[in-house]
Design a protein around this ligand. Structure first.
Ligand code: ZN
Length: 134
């Protein structure tokens, strides 16, 4: 399994993670069917917490509407970890409601060297996938 992410989206994701620091940041990756994740929607972390994130449901609906209008599908859900590794927490696994979308996690535990990893989470099963920057 591989997720293809546009270079600009990849960079914006890391910038958004840093701008949310010391709290977790989140957002949605979208793209044309069969295309790479070419669009990034930064979102507010309604939890405003360093250990969890929550997307405001109204903001999320707004993004879903924009995606629909642009003919895009959700490729991934992004969030950051500020102190732990780029691996889904138990809560991330429990709250993964979109098995077809990738869970992209940016770890800022070393601020100078962000680590980005991507996973598919289907029920309780976490599978890491390759990230290809295009
Ligand atoms: Zn997490």
């Amino acid at each position: 399994m591989t997720i293809k992410i546009h270079k600009g989206v990849y960079d914006r994701m890391i910038a958004h993670a840093k701008s949310g620091y010391p709290n977790e940041a989140c957002g949605i990756l979208a793209g044309k069917p069969k295309g790479p994740a070419g669009v990034f929607y930064p979102m507010r972390n309604a939890d405003e917490s360093p250990i969890s994130y929550f997307m405001d449901p109204r903001e999320q609906l707004g993004v879903f509407k924009k995606m629909r209008e642009a003919g895009l599908e959700m490729k991934g859900i992004f969030h950051s970890h500020v102190a732990s590794a780029a691996y889904p927490s138990q809560k991330d696994v429990r709250l993964a409601f979109y098995p077809e979308a990738s869970a992209v996690i940016v770890s800022l535990s070393d601020l100078k060297k962000p680590v980005v990893c991507s996973f598919k989470i289907d029920r309780e099963t976490v599978t890491e996938e390759k990230i290809e920057i295009v």
